[in-house]
Design a protein around this ligand. Sequence first.
Ligand code: FAD
Ligand code: SF4
Ligand code: SF4
Length: 477
Amino acid sequence: MAENPMLKFISVDRDMPQKRDASLRNTDFQEIYAQFADQKAKEQSSRCSQCGVPYCQTHCPLHNNIPDWLRLTAEGRLKEAYELSQATNTFPEICGRICPQDRLCEGNCVIEQSGHGTVTIGAVEKYITDTAWEQGWVKPITAERERDESVGIIGAGPGGLAAADMLRRAGVQVTIYDRYDRAGGLLTYGIPGFKLEKPVVMQRNEQLEKAGVEFVLNTNVGEDISFDAIRGKHDAVIIATGVYKTRDLQGPGSGADGIVRAIDYLTASNRKSFGDDVPEFDSGELNAEGKRVVVIGGGDTAMDCVRTAVRQGAESVKCLYRRDRANMPGSQREVANAEEEGVEFVWLTAPKGFTGDAVSGVMIQQMRLGQPDATGRQTPEEIPGAEYVEEADLVIKALGFEPEDLPTLWGEEELEVTRWGTVKADFRTHATSLPGVYAVGDIVRGASLVVWAIRDGREAAESILEELNAGVQVAAE
Ligand code: FAD
Ligand code: SF4
Ligand code: SF4
């Protein structure tokens, strides 16, 4: 009888693709993990125990058929593994790189729970689709038949692009409007290259462009074209604009030069990697080189800022967070990567103000964790008299993002929003309060994840297709 290629988790240890040494990787913006070798991908996939009820799949927002594509990979049937993986995920090579797997699929893998170390699902997913691109298995997007209906999508981030992919495959005419000069949203200008190299994103943009998706770039909806005009041009509209308003810092000196927003800082760095002309970087305003950098915040954006500053040649990089390591929102994997690269975390500290007209220091209030709040999370409280000044030449605010006020910006009071300002949309269909208008991704969820934006985009495309098909049937009767 042929040997079972699976269930090898007892004899084969968990192993990730090789991570480049911190002293090499902290000087460039290339990804930090190497690719799996073919044999390694097979071996790691073979650790899966092929659960009858796969919790990995339940906890993947796209419900990817993980056990089946792991088995196909272990059997060397990579092309079939790719076909299966791309059936549920528009951008598997992107999710494989940047999903917080420790909180999603891998964190719920049963062999992780039983102490054997999770199957490295994300690394295998990336390997399968990177190989598919190399081997030419990723086919151009083609429509079975062209349709007359058109959909306008506002925002070319992962939510908008995932919807565009699905609609175009169904033959719908798709136009995407974006205020930036390149598509990709935060995949292009937010997330740094050491987590997601830019050619990986650009090849997807090109695939959509070749499929006939029309990109109308450098076009800010609400300024260059009205929302109403877009509604008038299309049979349906998807709002996929993300969240970009930065939570601000208060306190004396908070308007000083040298205190910058994380999104501006990361965008400038990403633009530089594209070879663009970036005056704010060249002037030093958004460049950490030779500076004592302090980043304020404990989420993934803060992690991306500190690691970018290291790569730009900062003299020192410190991250201030008002809770402790165990209570920070950012991924522990990213904290470990940052520490290896030379970042210092200063836990239980909150900024009270800033010194200097051009910032020279952050006035720090030391904190301790007090009683748990209603959610069970301990609330940070000030330690009386425990204050000091942390010297800094560049302070980066990474305290999270909020939605812009779309109803006011677009003069569309009928577009209902929640009390947080996110657009109200049906959980399943993604329909908003305006007929024919749908909303997906961060503008609905608040700052979230790429994989959720992809899911929303795919589901909104499905609902639009249902509506369009129903309309066609009615017209034919
Ligand atoms: P976005 O990606 O924000 O795209 C929105 C697009 O809409 C943008 O291109 C914008 O220019 C355009 N737009 C906005 N307003 C207008 C307008 N009025 N007119 C025209 N165009 C407009 N998630 C992960 O899963 N893993 C990570 O590692 C990760 N790292 C992150 C790091 C950073 C620094 C940040 C900020 C976020 C990170 N995220 C990560 C979150 C993730 O990037 C977002 O959840 C995701 O990109 C949301 O997708 P979206 O399509 O809703 O919006
Ligand atoms: Fe895991 Fe994300 Fe891939 Fe789902 S999409 S299998 S959560 S890495
Ligand atoms: Fe395999 Fe882990 Fe998923 Fe079970 S939970 S099917 S072992 S990857």
